[in-house]
Design a binder for this molecule. Sequence first.
Ligand SMILES: *[C@@H]1O[C@H](CO)[C@@H](O)[C@H](O)[C@H]1NC(C)=O
Length: 488
Amino acid sequence: MDMTNCSAVFFAIALVFITTVITMVSRRARRMRVDPACNRLPPPPAVTGTSSIVLLHTLLKKGFRAMIHEQYTKLGSVFTISFFGQKTTFLIGPEVSAHFYQGLESEISHGKTLEMTVPMFGKEVIFGVDIATRMEQNRFCLDALKPSRLRCHVGPMFQEVEEYFEKWEQQGTIDLKQELEQLLTLISARCLLGKEVREKMFDEVFSAFRQLSDNSLHLTSFFFPYAPFPSSWRRDKAHAKLKNIFAEIEDVLQSLIDSKYKDGRPTTEAEVTGLIMVILFAGKHTSSASSTWTGARLLSHPQCLEAAIKEQQEILKKYKGEIDYNTLLDMSVLHRCIKEALRMHPPAPTFFRKVHKNFTVRTREGHEFEIPRGHTILSPLVINNNIPYIYKDPGVYDPDRFGPGREEDKVGGKFSYTAFGGGRHACPGEAYAYMQVKVIWSHLLRNFELQLVSPFPETDWLKIALEPKERVMVRYKRHPPCGLYTEN
Ligand SMILES: *[C@@H]1O[C@H](CO)[C@@H](O)[C@H](O)[C@H]1NC(C)=O
């Protein structure tokens, strides 16, 4: 049995489990609501016994987004479901999301919700350590990705991109998903791990890295990170191998190695290797899905594609063919095309936190609820970034919604757009991600005529990162050597 089948089976078992628990919980919730004696705020509405069967059906048939959307339509922006006996409350829309993103660590935290990352990256980093240490490690990563350092990455990124596409024929058909994944692996190796790794140990590092990713990203690893599946063994082996390789390299991410905690303690070898895996994982995996979705969307919307190409021509004129960090910042049309692709295809379906202290939320309609400690709370990006009163026709790919005069995400208020999270735990790699996706698409738009020849890809809901499920076949044809840029 291969991993896909394996996950499907466990997924099904998990669902049966969920349904049973939901039925039990909703019975109890109904009893609780008829308590007239106290004047505390009510708990959020809960899914009832019969609808939980519908819920299961929708999840299996249509995926996570459709399931949550159905409950949102029925119950409103705050409601509770239960997973494995854990009460899980969904918070939908910016009105009820502030505490989720900004709450103090003592009141609301990641808790054990991301336990799956511990065997992936090691117990010395991120979710394996206490919050104070984690915040400091986060700072090390931020330092490694700050603008002054990003500037230096643009040149090597373009070099990797040019070398890669140089190898394409004059014309042909490729799987965009596979191509961009390979390219981003090369870029990550070069920019995040340094020249030495990129040149000498590329194959070794990335076959182990692929093992680590492939065996960590199924829903089963999310629910059962330590279960004795073959995938867990493969993951642990890959982790050990990467750890050995990274430990032997001297100049890998020197800034991480040189980082010091506030008390002066230097980072240990296990911490540095763990953090490298985190950055590499975050930097490569999410961006390869995002750049593929951006491409699939652009190539399905001729007007957007045309606008993006036109911008490239103008940029080349304006900067006389020189592309650097500032040039990339000036590509606002392309920026919006990526941002809109991320709105519709975020890197993860939802964020998680654990509640340590009761808190209240007030919905847009003015209903107030108390969310008790012990609940897991979810901020589902796949719904939050598609709310019709914030985003006009949310199902339509419309990059101009972020343009001057509309700026729907700003008008919608803080936490209307959460593809990179927000508040306390906002993604430190946002600028880096935009940069590398822009470098790739800027090059493709300037040098090739592209056409999507397979149907628009569906989302793989069985993966934690929302990748395109099928291959994304694209026919390309190289422009004449002078390209679009003609000095006149
Ligand atoms: C938190 O909420 C729970 C459930 O509604 C309630 O039983 C408990 O008393 C609350 N705790 C505080 C400190 O208000």
